[in-house]
Design a protein around this ligand. Structure first.
Ligand SMILES: [Zn+2]
Length: 161
């Protein structure tokens, strides 16, 4: 495994929709391991492939709860309800935090590292983290959704995604 370099804003790769993954091979497994190591190294709760310079619909989320590390290949939100507003940060925007309103609940269809389809339901912070990563795969950055930027003393331990 290896820690990859994080792509910082501005960079073209961060603002374009990523290509679907078609080959569920050993290389993909290796990539997911590297993404995990990179996310841990930089204290993130999620990481998307374009953030390490790859045009692939691959993201991981780990908010350090019972859900463990969630690997999302070609994810798609199929249902969302409710609303939540809270702080978000992004590993591609070090030191920048903002308040964002998103659905409270999402149902997501994705594939695992072997290509097997699965459905995951999430709410609250986990749903927020998943939506942040899926946005990355569509070239959408959190800054386009921030309603108010936050000062450091308003944060209280927000981690990047
Ligand atoms: Zn991010």
């Amino acid at each position: 495994m290896a820690v990859r370099k994080i792509v910082m804003y501005p960079a073209e790769i961060l603002e374009k929709p990523c290509s679907k993954v078609e080959n569920f091979d050993k290389k993909l497994g290796k990539l997911l391991s590297d993404m995990y190591e990179t996310m841990i190294e930089f204290d993130g709760v999620g990481l998307a492939a374009p953030q390490i310079g790859l045009d692939m619909q691959v993201a991981i989320v780990d908010i350090e709860d019972d859900s463990g590390t969630i690997e999302l290949i070609n994810p798609e939100i199929v249902e969302s309800t409710g609303e939540q507003t809270g702080p978000e940060g992004c590993l591609s925007f070090p030191g920048l935090y903002g308040e964002i309103t998103r659905p409270y609940y999402v149902k997501v269809k994705a594939q695992d590292r072997k290509g097997k389809p699965f459905i995951i339901e999430a709410e609250d912070f986990l749903a927020r983290a998943i939506q942040h990563e899926i946005d990355h795969l569509q070239g959408v950055l959190f800054t386009s959704k921030v309603s108010r930027y936050l000062e450091e003393d308003e944060l209280g331990g927000v981690e990047g995604e």
